[in-house]
Design a protein around this ligand. Structure first.
Ligand code: 3PG
Length: 186
């Protein structure tokens, strides 16, 4: 898994190429394309075929139907803001990694019971950030987290230095990549 996962929101499938190129130019070889916009599945399909060297996944997947579409479009991992047993079942059947969202110990225990031990910690900033991660590490030493929500260029190093952090996620990575490299093909 890449240690920095850009949370990508695509308004028009035509933006996909520019965003993936900018991410690659900034050294990021993954993209979590979110089901917050109607073109998400098309954008995943485009990115997975045009950028086979990138690990293209689906984010904000909140039900089994979206998950089926994401995987059929080529998503190689699936992320949710919370835990969905329907999404978990689809991912398990397809052999696709699933990172459910958790913010509390009870939610982490539910995800672990369902067989998932790498979870998205969301919204990380509102649920205690680094302090919460340290507290989780003593009670859930085998669980690793992907803090997302409020992660930025300024605080990512601190998050990444936590021993139970597998990766960080955020929209800031897309914004930074586009600012630095978004104009190169225009
Ligand atoms: C997500 O879905 O992961 C969050 O909306 C990303 O939060 P951010 O915009 O603070 O990075």
């Amino acid at each position: 898994m890449e240690r920095r996962i850009p949370v990508v929101v695509i308004g028009d499938v035509k933006e996909t190429d520019k965003i993936c190129r900018a991410l690659k130019a900034s050294g990021i070889n993954t993209a979590e394309i979110t089901f917050r916009t109607p073109c998400a599945a098309d954008a995943i399909r485009y990115a997975a075929s045009a950028f086979p060297e990138m690990e293209i996944g689906a984010g904000t997947v909140i039900n089994a139907e979206q998950c089926e579409r994401a995987i059929a479009s080529g998503a190689r991992f699936v992320v949710s803001p919370g835990f969905s047993s329907g999404v978990a079942d689809v991912c398990r059947a397809a052999g696709v990694p699933y990172y459910p969202g958790c913010a509390t110990p009870t939610e982490i225990m539910a995800a672990v019971s369902a067989g998932f031990d790498v979870v998205k910690f969301f919204p990380a900033d509102l649920y205690g950030g680094i302090k919460a991660l340290k507290a989780f590490s003593s009670v859930f030493p085998h669980v690793r987290f992907i803090p997302t929500g409020g992660v930025s260029a300024e605080n990512e190093a601190e998050f990444l230095s936590q021993k139970n952090v597998a990766a960080v996620g955020g929209t800031y990575l897309v914004k930074d990549a586009l600012e630095r490299f978004g104009g190169e093909n225009e």
